[in-house]
Design a protein around this ligand. Structure first.
Ligand code: C2O
Ligand code: CU
Ligand code: CU
Length: 506
């Protein structure tokens, strides 16, 4: 046992100490209730899967578009017969799918009608730090923020969500999140939105008896090591969902939009599928798989084949979080969750075959003498520090490729997300990572006692005053300070990086 995991156990025991007023049976009961979160067998799959609408674009010339996203409160019927106060974007829950093409200039008018400060971050987007929507770009209640940038990255499934420091978990959980699809004109994969190109935003929730969202446990502490794990699965905000398949191949764009839950996605009948894209773009070639782990914030594009008239069930099998037996249970490793039933029509329109090759983008390869930034995930910290909005943890050179080495020294599962970059996993514990981890990514799972080495491609934008974030995307961990900041600068801007960052709004 490492000293860090020993510290974690101590912290855990302290947690028990905090709850000793509860009878021991209460604790056993809690563990049992924890084990009973699985929903397998509970669902009838009778609600048509909701497809988030495409966000309307106002054309501003041939290569420019403006979108308006209005953050608002509302009431949703998420589970039948219950009225749930929720937050959403241009609606009561979740947001529309924004779609734009490489080369286009987009202006996002974000109107904050939530009645409190928040931010909107464009997760995975290549853009200047001032447009990134992290904790340094707050949008006050009643305010409007209109960042603008030119889309310049491969076709990919990105997403947007709030990022106000210490309350991100709550804002996302209430319902503020949506997809941002980048297109690049390659139409060889299924691409008819909502028909054979289907988004799946997977989230887990807990409901109070009055229908309101139960957000207890959204912050970790004591025996709660991971934040909120829900017993109710929503896909695109749909409870008990089915999707009617009308084509022989369907592309699903999976987003783990959950606070803490890791899904191990596959089909109950054991059928395979092809992974065609990860966070930041297509794979070199379709990769046949039967299961795929998706941790919070990660995306995966898969293509599934169907036969006329058949049914299939998409499930999250109990994920192997590689933790000790107790934390495995506490972090949701014992939970099996049914996600979505697929119902194929009696006749299916034939789909073009999967192309044998997808992306020809060269791999990200650091120079032999590239700088190595080391991050140790310790006691819910990075290198023994928690997030400080005024501290620059790292200064990177615009356009460079560096190595980041991230080690999870806790017995608790984490993942690692970087803004303002695309990365590839060079190694996992010194060995070549499994094929599904070798694509272009911005978020990667880091199991207990493991080390990932990343080849990190920084963007070409230079800004000495405004940082990009890197953090664990388990939102309770992020909120508690498992986050740091780096600036990306040209050689000319390097001397302008201040010792202490001010609040550079904008
Ligand atoms: Cu989904 Cu800091 O990001
Ligand atoms: Cu992000
Ligand atoms: Cu974490």
């Amino acid at each position: 046992m490492t000293s860090a995991s020993r510290r974690t156990v101590l912290r855990w025991l302290t947690g028990i100490g905090v709850v000793t007023v509860a009878p021991v049976g209460g604790f056993a009961g809690w563990l049992w209730a924890d084990a009973a979160r699985s929903n397998v067998g509970d669902l009838s799959f009778t609600t048509p899967l909701r497809i988030p609408p495409l966000a309307p674009a106002v054309s501003k010339g041939r290569f420019a578009k403006q979108f308006t996203l209005t953050l608002q409160r509302g009431v949703s019927e998420l589970v039948p017969g219950k009225r749930t106060p929720t937050w959403g974007v241009n609606g009561a829950y979740l947001g529309p799918t924004v779609r734009a093409r490489r080369g286009e200039q987009v202006t996002m008018r974000v109107v904050n009608n939530l009645g409190q400060t928040t931010t909107i971050h464009w997760h995975g987007m290549h853009l200047p730090a001032a447009m990134d929507g992290g904790p340094h770009q707050p949008i006050a209640a009643g305010g409007t923020w209109s960042p603008q940038w030119t889309i310049d990255q491969p076709a990919s499934t990105l997403w947007y969500h709030p990022h106000l420091h210490s309350v991100t978990a709550e804002h996302v959980y209430r319902g503020v999140a949506g997809l941002f699809l980048v297109d690049d004109g390659d139409t060889r994969l299924p691409h008819t939105y909502g028909v054979d190109d289907v988004p799946l935003i997977i989230q887990d929730k807990n409901f109070n008896d009055d229908g309101s969202l139960d957000s207890s446990g959204i912050k970790f502490g004591g025996i709660n090591v991971t934040g909120l794990l829900g017993d109710t699965i929503l896909v695109n905000g749909t409870y008990n969902p089915f999707f009617r398949v009308t084509t022989s191949l369907v592309r699903f764009r999976l987003l783990n939009g959950s606070n803490a839950r890791v899904y191990d996605v596959g089909f109950v009948d054991g059928r395979g599928f092809h992974l065609v894209g990860t966070d930041s773009g297509p794979l070199p070639a379709p990769l046949p798989l039967r299961r795929l782990m998706v941790s919070p914030g990660e995306r995966a594009e898969i293509v599934v084949a169907f036969k006329p008239g058949e049914r299939a069930l998409l499930r999250s099998f109990a994920p192997d979080l590689e933790s000790n037996i107790l934390y495995e249970q506490l972090a949701g490793g014992g939970d099996e969750m049914d996600l979505l039933r697929l119902v194929a029509a009696p006749r299916l329109a034939p789909s073009p075959p999967l192309p044998p090759a997808l992306s020809s983008a060269p791999p990200i390869r650091p120079a032999a003498n590239a700088a190595v930034t080391r991050i140790v995930m310790g006691d819910f910290t990075f290198n023994d520090k928690t997030m400080d909005m005024k501290r620059v943890d790292h200064v990177a050179t615009a356009g460079a490729v560096d190595v980041w080495e991230v080690r999870n020294d806790q017995d608790i599962p984490h993942n690692f997300h970087m803004h303002g970059v695309t990365f590839q996993v060079l190694s996992l514990d010194g060995r070549q990572p499994p094929p599904h981890m070798r694509g272009f990514k911005d978020t990667v799972i880091v199991p207990p006692d493991r080390t990932v080495r990343l080849a990190v491609q920084y963007l070409r934008y230079s800004d000495p005053l405004r940082p990009y974030m890197f953090h664990c995307h388990i939102l309770a961990h992020e909120d508690a300070g498992m986050m740091g900041q780096f600036v990306t600068v040209s050689p000319a801007d390097r001397p302008r990086v201040p010792r202490v960052l001010g609040h550079a709004h904008g």
